[in-house]
Design a protein around this ligand. Structure first.
Ligand code: NAI
Ligand code: MG
Length: 355
């Protein structure tokens, strides 16, 4: 498996290094022969090449079997004309990675105020309110006068259909319960279309239990009783917001794995951002990116029909769970380990565990 790794900004290089130590252990143990090629993205790339993402990276990534993208300082990147491009948007848009799969589950041994749960948010990734990707040319935001801004949201039947299918496929493999999150009471046309199409597609999957909840009420429901949810499907921004919440409810934003998938490519990414407030101090939790990398291994294994990758992915998840249960975590989950020690701990458990 040929992997392209782009560490990114802030805590990106630290959590990427920890993730690579786990991937090397998995590769050795399961004979995956991972070949890893690293490139710059974000501020490093802007300094060296005058752009946060070199266009050549697209072909490099297309030719590889998967991409691991660290978080970038997106908020700093304001002017595409000056090479300030959001790397996350760039790959999601150009590789058409329409489904963002964000599992969240609690771990034994971690402080858990809301009860145990195991759910996955399936977020549409290519349109909606994301002004940097919802137009073919130009951005979806306009300044009409210095005091009037307009932000456009794009919702299409095509994107609703494919995200609904992605969510239903997750649900049939899990507890067969799909919850559609929307705001169709106010966004009657756009979210009305999303809700209607999700319901219609779900009928093609016999045995699925389907319900829907308004996004504002969802914030209360998911905090009150997270274990009532299995697979949750949402438009881009609602899914983005909701999945940070579900990751935090599971113990920390630093635990939220995230895989972006299209029909031919996949990109592992931490669910969180570049966390400049804790960057460079070896305190960030690398588990989010480690779990995302495990999702990427499983995706690749399924694609080529090689069960070793799926086994390696399960072993990584199991090693993370074992570490959490033993109280071996970073400080955001109440532990004392640094970023690199956390990576090494998970790698060591992975090597020594027997199944
Ligand atoms: P953030 O997600 O980076 O951080 C939010 C809070 O969670 C901070 O207190 C941070 O210290 C903590 N946190 C995040 N990840 C953590 C980890 N692995 N371990 C422990 N604590 C962690 O959000 P923020 O600060 O609003 O954004 C920082 C930058 O990241 C901005 O430039 C933003 O645009 C960018 N961003 C990039 C994303 C990407 O590249 N995929 C996604 C989200 C934000
Ligand atoms: Mg986000």
């Amino acid at each position: 498996m040929r992997l392209i790794v782009l560490p990114g900004d802030g805590i990106g290089p630290e959590i990427t290094a920890a993730t690579l130590s786990v991937l090397h252990a998995a590769s050795t143990k399961f004979g995956l022969e991972l070949a890893i090629e690293q490139h710059e993205v974000g501020h490093d790339s802007l300094r060296q090449f005058g752009t946060t993402v070199r266009p050549q990276l697209l072909d490099i990534v297309r030719a590889a079997d998967g991409l691991i993208l660290g978080p970038a300082a997106t908020f700093d990147f304001r002017d595409e004309g000056r090479g300030e491009i959001n790397p996350s948007m760039f790959f999601r848009k150009h590789l058409d990675l329409f489904a963002n799969i964000r599992p969240a589950k609690t771990h034994a041994g971690l402080r858990n105020r809301f009860g145990d749960f195991d759910l996955v948010v399936v977020r549409e990734n290519t349109e909606g309110f994301y002004a940097d990707r919802n137009m073919a040319q130009g951005g979806g935001e306009m300044l009409v006068t210095p005091d009037v801004a307009i932000s456009l949201r794009r919702i299409t039947r095509h994107c609703c259909e494919r995200i609904a299918h992605a969510a239903c496929r997750q649900a049939v493999r899990r507890r067969k319960h799909l919850t559609i999150v929307h705001k169709a009471n106010v966004l009657k046309i756009g979210d009305g279309m999303f809700l209607g199409i999700c319901r219609e597609i779900a009928r093609d999957y016999p045995g699925l239990e389907v319900d829907d909840i308004l996004v504002d009420a969802m914030m209360a429901h998911v905090v009150r009783q997270p274990d009532r949810f299995d697979v949750i499907v949402a438009t881009n921004m609602f899914g983005d917001i909701l999945s940070d919440l579900t990751a935090e409810l599971s113990g920390s934003l630093g635990l939220g794995g995230s895989l972006n998938t299209g029909s031919d490519h996949a990109m592992a990414q931490a669910a969180h951002g570049s966390a400049p407030d804790i960057a460079g101090r070896d305190v960030a939790n690398p588990v989010s990116l480690i779990l995302s990398a495990a999702l990427l291994l499983a995706w690749f294994g399924e694609r080529i029909g090689d069960t070793r990758y799926e086994a390696a992915a399960r072993a990584v998840e199991h090693a993370v769970a074992t570490a959490m249960q033993a109280g071996r975590g970073t400080r955001d989950v109440g532990g004392t380990l640094g970023t690199s020690a956390m990576g090494k701990t998970i790698a060591d458990i992975l090597i020594s565990q027997t199944h």
